[in-house]
Design a protein around this ligand. Structure first.
Ligand SMILES: NC(=O)c1ccc[n+]([C@@H]2O[C@H](COP(=O)([O-])OP(=O)(O)OC[C@H]3O[C@@H](n4cnc5c(N)ncnc54)[C@H](OP(=O)(O)O)[C@@H]3O)[C@@H](O)[C@H]2O)c1
Length: 283
């Protein structure tokens, strides 16, 4: 891809950003479609966030992804928020056309899961109550799950999140509890979503949150962790003949949604997935 005088800039702001997988993923898509865009990563110190947004707008940047630690703070500098981003209380995508914020993390997870099963009328258990859980749980509710149970080490955090989702009236049945009771909940679930960092590199040998013995063949098991690709939890799912959903798919589909928001063009997900796999050294 040639950078020209007319090249449109999109990118990522975070702190740090140098290990991000988004630049190779988006640039592979722009190259395939011969689009006059380039995606770059900007390391923005939290003290400079306001100036970064104003500066990007002045420089006619087309769009940003937003990552840790800016996802919440950045909202105050935007003119508009997408309805679900507002409910989640965090933004991972900015469209500079109207300085509007979106959250595509949750859509990414839901699309990854919906490759394997529909979420509608399913009983879903979510482990963890941090940023990823918030984004995913609201979308699980929006996509018509029958029930949602949020389990966390710090139970009060799970309770707060369950309360916020309940207030949104997107779903009738939302429960919360301690992650120590997860086995009993998983036995009655259709979908298990792990949003904790358990098993993430360099701790890939840590015990998974649930063992194969608790899973049945119909259970769909999604792990938000994508490094390693096949986490200890997904290995247990495979052992149980359950249905694994890989974290890389969430990364892929959140990126695809952002791509569409900025360009209006459907993202070429196959080439984006291959670029991610190359970056992660996955066969
Ligand atoms: N695939 C993707 O595209 C994607 C996108 C976003 C995030 N992620 C992944 O999702 C994970 C969580 O990210 P986040 O932003 O939500 O982090 P976060 O806001 O820090 O939340 C982490 C959550 O995990 C729980 N937790 C942490 N260590 C635990 C342990 N040893 N045992 C049980 N629970 C534990 C925490 O519980 P307490 O509240 O009790 O501390 C908290 O609920 C990370 O691995 C991240 O890489 C993936």
């Amino acid at each position: 891809m040639k950078i020209k005088g007319s090249t449109n800039i999109v990118g990522l702001i975070g702190h740090p950003v140098e290990h991000s997988f988004s630049p190779p993923m988006h640039n592979a898509a722009f190259k395939l479609l011969d689009m006059n865009y380039a995606y770059v990563a900007f390391d923005v110190n939290p003290n400079n966030l306001n100036e970064a947004i104003a500066g990007a707008q002045a420089l006619n940047v087309k769009g940003f992804n937003v990552t840790i630690p800016h996802k919440v703070e950045v909202m105050q500098y935007l003119d508009e928020l997408d309805e679900v981003a507002e409910l989640i209380g965090a933004v991972n995508t900015i469209d500079f056309k109207n300085l509007k914020g979106y959250n595509t993390d949750g859509i990414g997870a839901v699309k990854a899961i919906e490759e394997v099963t529909s979420i509608k009328n399913k009983n879903v258990v979510v482990a963890g109550a941090g940023g990823a859980s918030r984004a995913i749980s609201f979308y699980i509710a929006k996509y018509g799950a029958e029930s949602l149970t949020i389990l966390n080490r710090n139970e009060a955090k799970a309770q707060n999140l369950a309360g916020d989702i309940s207030d949104s009236a997107l779903i009738d049945e939302v429960k919360s509890g301690s992650i120590s009771a997860i086995d009993g909940y998983v036995r009655n679930a259709d979908i298990l979503i792990d949003t904790t960092p358990v098993g993430m590199h360099p701790h890939s040998n840590d015990d998974p949150i649930v063992d194969a013995g608790v899973m049945d063949e119909d259970l769909v098991v999604f792990d938000a962790v994508y490094n390693p690709n096949e986490t200890a939890l997904l290995k247990e799912a495979i052992k149980a003949n359950a249905k694994p959903v890989y974290g890389i798919k969430m990364l892929l589909y959140q990126g695809a949604e952002s791509f569409k928001i900025w360009t209006g063009v459907d993202a070429p997900v196959d080439v984006m997935e291959n670029a991610l796999k190359d970056t992660l050294n996955i066969e």
